[in-house]
Write a protein that binds this ligand. Structure first.
Ligand SMILES: Nc1ncnc2c1ncn2[C@@H]1O[C@H](COP(=O)(O)OP(=O)(O)OP(=O)(O)O)[C@@H](O)[C@H]1O
Ligand SMILES: [Mg+2]
Length: 281
């Protein structure tokens, strides 16, 4: 069994009298890509802040790199990379200088900077000042900065928000390579197709509590809508349940020469999300 690199047990947090995280329990084995999903305001960024010690929990236990978070040392933090929703890049410095600066503060060589610029599609923009970058360029530069010291545990808060499809695909490829190297990734996203594609497991957070946690395929099987869409010759299209009544209806439509098609939707993670959280996002 793989040891867990990160875990929370019965963790809660309130801001004043408002409970924001309620009794969170999960654990992430080393090397896994773990998606933390939930509607806006559910508590995803707050959870990352707790796990990276930017906030302190009210109750429960957090284990980071195999020991209680309270005992984490500066050396432990060197093993972690963070892309936050407000990642700090120096506005008046170029992208490449920012990355070299991050390498210096992390105590590693800046030899990987050209490679990271290339991988993030920024090879021709290394000299561009951050203040002149588009949102997508900033996001890619911030991701490169989080990777400069080759962390073994990476927190990514909405890494592909604001990226165009090509840059998004490049980030997904990069995540695949990080996984092959054994990096553990804790990622938040509002893109359910992305979560499905890159995550080994996902937790769905709703109002500060974990409402579901499993492999995407297992969640899809569990929450799949039990319905088919039927198209008819003269009676239009409608949904029917995959049960005896649905079968009888299909039988009748076939006998009447009415059935045009029956379509069973592939269950997807977006449906699971909406079912679990009971809302649109
Ligand atoms: N410092 C703070 N003081 C008071 N309330 C806060 C603070 N930080 C966050 N909150 C509240 O905690 C809740 C969770 O916020 P959080 O930023 O974790 O949500 P999120 O899931 O990351 O949302 P999004 O998808 O929009 O990024 C929200 O209701 C937010 O208003
Ligand atoms: Mg957030």
């Amino acid at each position: 069994m793989t040891a867990s690199i990160l875990s929370m047990e019965a963790v809660s947090l309130s801001f004043k009298d408002k409970r924001v995280l309620d009794n969170l329990t999960f654990s992430i084995p080393r090397g896994q890509t773990f998606g933390f999903l939930g509607p806006s305001g559910a508590g995803k960024t707050t959870t990352i802040k707790l796990l990276t010690r930017q906030l302190v929990k009210d109750a429960g236990r957090i284990s980071l790199l195999g020991r209680p978070i309270e005992k984490a040392s500066p050396a432990d933090y060197e093993r972690i990379g963070i892309l936050s929703d407000t990642s700090a890049l120096y506005e008046r410095m170029s992208i490449a200088d920012n990355l070299r600066f991050y390498a210096r503060t992390r105590g590693v060589s800046h030899g990987r900077v050209p490679y990271l610029l290339e991988r993030m599609g920024l090879a021709d923009s290394g000299k561009t000042l951050i203040k002149n970058c588009s949102k997508g360029m900033r996001q890619r530069a911030a991701l490169a900065a989080a990777l400069v010291h080759q962390p073994e545990l990476l927190f990514l808060d909405e890494p592909t928000s604001g990226l165009d499809p090509a840059a998004r695909a490049e980030v997904h490829k990069m995540l695949g390579e990080l996984k092959e190297r054994g990096t553990t990734v804790f990622i938040t996203t509002h893109d359910m197709a992305e979560a499905d594609a890159v995550c080994d497991r996902v937790a769905i957070l709703n109002d500060g509590a974990i409402a579901a946690c499993d492999a995407p395929d297992d969640l899809k099987l569990r929450y799949a809508r039990n319905r088919v869409v039927i198209r008819t010759r003269t009676r239009g299209a409608f949904e029917a349940a995959k049960d005896a009544a649905g079968a009888a209806l299909v039988d009748e439509l076939i006998r009447a020469g009415e059935l045009v098609s029956i379509h069973s939707d592939e269950p997807n993670l977006e449906e699971v999300f909406l079912e679990v959280t009971g809302r649109e996002f």
